[in-house]
Design a protein. Structure first.
Length: 386
């Protein structure tokens, strides 16, 4: 049996690393198990969305862990949306009245590494190459697999930060129905890159989130501190047979992608010299919203971040929401002491917020790909900001 002041975190991604800092600083003994290798040794093997929009909600959570300084050092400020119409000049729509209301583009890898360093400094013990495989809740043994063998470990409670495909969630569901539902989006995404200009500077306005809205599909681009942009093309996975809109069934090769960009994103095309390569080499990502009725199993296990409420990325709030979860859970554990009560209070506090943000994220896809280019919408925003 593990010590009652001991907690086991599954997953050392964004939520797992931040939660480890917050709990270790409150005096908990924390062990974190991560299926991947240590990104500080092997390089970051993230697999998806190279950069992320960090908003005030997430920044506030990072401040609680004194991690905001290290993260903001390498972040790029985005003061608004730069909308690129098919015809005409790009136009900046500010997020607020001035630069006190901005969001930040951060590299997923750099952010993760900064949080892992801080977690270790706070006293958390990190175990890499350890994939949660199985949980025996009666015996309170979690089995991790790594380097060819199984590693059974006793636990007091498991905190599930293992992402949208959470193994802990699957193990909890074998014991109790969590009321899990996954709603797949019929649109997917592909990442491409705008490299720096010949003189090493950004090729387009650095301090903006660029959007090329095209009705039922769109491109966005977020800046990186090494003066590149990560471009994400979102469009339907499959055609409906009637529409002329592009979809991933019909835009298959690099040449197809070039023809699409020449027609619909002509100002972006010359910015992406390796378009064919990126389009063919990078996987097509799929997107879903995950709903659960139950986030915890008594005081034995609780889920947070994407493991509890994965959402589509159109509000840029999945990570921000996961960070808020970490602050809330650490506080509920401190307030209650008794873990079952803390986990129940955490779920009651955070589930309504997460559900609301999931809904807003789905709605924002319509706004981003369509309404941001609508003159009536632009006028309304100007009036709001006036
Ligand atoms: P993850 O970041 O997925 O971390 C899970 C960790 O658990 C990983 O390190 C994984 O290796 C590990 N793991 C998995 N299984 C196991 C196992 N069995 N055992 C041990 N370890 C395991 N959010 C924003 O706030 N802003 C954005 O701009 C934004 N853009 C996005 C763009 C795209 C295209 C996508 C797909 C998502 C975007 N998000 C954004 C959402 C954001 O990526 C997630 O909400 C965030 O990563 C959730 O963090 P997490 O720690 O819960 O999960």
């Amino acid at each position: 049996m593990a010590d009652s002041r001991h907690l086991t975190i599954v997953g050392a991604g964004l939520a797992g690393a931040l939660l480890a800092i917050l709990l270790a600083r409150r005096g908990w003994q924390v062990d974190v198990y991560e299926r991947r290798g240590d990104p500080r040794v092997h390089g970051y093997a993230g697999g998806r969305s190279i950069n992320l929009a960090l908003a005030e909600r997430g920044l506030h959570a990072l401040r609680q862990a004194d991690a905001d300084g290290a993260v903001l050092q390498r972040a790029v400020m985005m003061r608004g949306r730069m909308v690129h119409p098919l015809h005409g000049q790009p136009q900046l729509q500010r997020y607020g009245r001035d630069d006190s209301e901005v969001i930040w583009s951060v590299s997923r890898g750099e952010l993760n590494i900064a949080l892992l360093d801080a977690a270790e400094a706070a006293g958390a013990v990190l175990h890499f190459d350890r994939r949660l495989e199985q949980v025996d809740f009666d015996a309170r043994i979690a089995t991790f697999r790594g380097e060819g063998s199984a590693h059974p470990r006793p636990f007091n409670a498991l905190l599930g930060c293992d992402g949208a495909g959470s193994t802990l969630r699957a193990e909890m569901a074998r014991r109790q129905d969590l009321g899990e539902r996954t709603q797949w989006l019929d649109h997917g995404y592909k990442e491409l890159e705008i490299p720096p200009a010949a003189d090493g500077s950004f090729r387009i306005e650095a301090n903006a989130l660029h959007i090329w809205p095209r009705g039922r599909y769109m491109c966005i681009a977020l800046p990186n501190d090494e003066k590149t942009f990560t471009v994400t093309l979102f469009m339907a996975l499959h055609g409906d047979g009637a529409s002329t809109d592009p979809d991933f069934d019909r835009v298959v090769t690099g040449a197809d992608a070039r023809a699409l960009f020449a027609r619909d994103f002509p100002d972006a095309l010359p910015l992406i010299p390796r378009l064919e390569h990126d389009f063919e080499a990078n996987p097509t990502g799929t997107l879903a919203t995950l709903y659960l009725d139950q986030w915890h199993l008594g005081g034995e296990a609780v889920l947070l971040g994407d493991a509890a409420h994965a959402m589509v990325p159109f509000h840029g709030q999945g990570m921000n929401c996961a960070f808020e979860d970490c602050v809330a859970l650490a506080q509920q554990i401190e307030d209650h002491g008794e873990l079952a009560a803390a986990f129940a209070a955490f779920q009651a506090q955070r589930k309504p917020d997460a559900t609301a943000i999931q809904q807003m994220a789905l709605e924002n896809y319509i706004e981003m790909r369509d309404l941001v280019d609508d003159p009536a919408f632009l006028l309304q925003r100007e009036l709001e900001l006036a």
